[in-house]
Ligand binder design. Structure first.
Ligand SMILES: Nc1nc(=O)c2c([nH]1)NC[C@@H]1CN(c3ccc(C(=O)N[C@@H](CCC(=O)O)C(=O)O)cc3)C=[N+]21
Length: 280
């Protein structure tokens, strides 16, 4: 039988651990505050931002919420970030992505102080990760590592294949698996024989952004399959980049969507907020 990797339960565990840590800090007079900025009102973004604020409330982290109109200029957003960078009461700053097209996303990411970059998207955070120095780690890949560790799946020495090379998932994912001593291959749209490469994997992390693309034919018997994708299918049901029905027939362990990687992203954001008091 395939092992279901339960992100909902594991994320709850992590949030409960953090809640205890926050209570201890609070008893010492240390408060943690996350500023969440959303520009425009994309409904999916509103759901995610709402979930982040709920997680803060559960753990005991203060959250400041900035809901800015779609027409907000890049300059105005940069000014708000600058103000929050300088505000000693704010530990973490998150600008929900995507931002409207008239705002340069890279500029925004760079404007957030690396000391408050709880998303781990700043070039300084990404660089620190790749050379093994302390810094914030991108939440989704960090969540995948926690899923593996807390499900008893060993990484060291394993063939790890990551499909997707985005700056916020694929690349940091590969760096983290490498840090855990996995043997790492990154695949992308130009990869030849994708299927053959995937079939070598003991651990296959799928972050392509295409609904149900990876079926059993890409998976080695007994492999661990982690699905980072999130989409709505033709029946408006949530699904991932992996065809779960098919893949779960050959995989040894697999994450569902929903209830897999998604909740872990939020748990690791909370982890980064708590960690922010150590990053200087
Ligand atoms: N600055 C920034 N940081 C982010 O971390 C960030 C972002 N922008 N923009 C959008 C993506 C997406 N993302 C998710 C978070 C939680 C779930 C999640 O909780 N998913 C649930 C289902 C939620 C639902 O019902 O739709 C699950 O998979 O079980 C999914 C996706 C964070 N992102």
């Amino acid at each position: 039988m395939v092992q279901l990797i339960d992100g909902k339960t594991i994320s709850k565990q992590i949030k409960d651990e953090l809640k205890e840590q926050v209570a201890e800090l609070s008893a010492k007079g240390v408060k943690i505050c996350l500023a969440v900025i959303q520009v425009g009102n994309d409904p999916a973004s509103s759901v995610y931002v709402g979930n982040k604020k709920k997680a803060c409330a559960y753990i005991g982290i203060d959250s400041l919420s900035y809901e800015l109109p779609e027409e907000t200029t890049e300059k105005e957003l940069l000014e708000l970030i600058d103000k929050l960078n300088k505000d000693d009461a704010v530990n973490g700053i998150l600008v929900q992505l995507p931002v409207p097209k008239h705002i340069d996303e890279d500029k925004i990411i760079k404007a957030i102080s690396p000391l408050k970059d709880v998303d781990g998207f700043h070039p300084m955070s990404v660089g620190a990760l790749s050379i093994g120095q302390p810094g914030f780690v991108s939440c989704t890949p960090a969540g995948v590592i926690q899923l593996l560790k807390r499900s008893g799946i060993e990484i060291a020495g394993k063939e790890c294949v990551v499909i997707g090379r985005s700056n916020i998932v694929g690349k940091p994912m590969a760096m983290l698996l490498l840090r855990e001593n996995g043997t790492v291959t990154i695949c992308h749209s130009k990869t030849k024989d994708l299927k053959e490469v995937c079939k070598r994997a003991d651990i296959l992390v799928v972050a392509i952004g295409r609904p149900k693309m990876i079926d059993a034919s890409y998976i080695k018997e007994g492999a661990t399959v982690i699905d980072v994708g999130i989409h709505r299918d033709e029946n408006n049901k949530l699904c991932g980049d992996v065809d779960f029905e098919s893949a779960s027939k050959v995989a040894g362990a697999i994450t569902p969507v929903p209830g897999g990687v998604g909740p872990m992203t939020i748990a690791m954001l909370m982890h980064n907020c708590v960690d922010s008091i150590n990053i200087k």
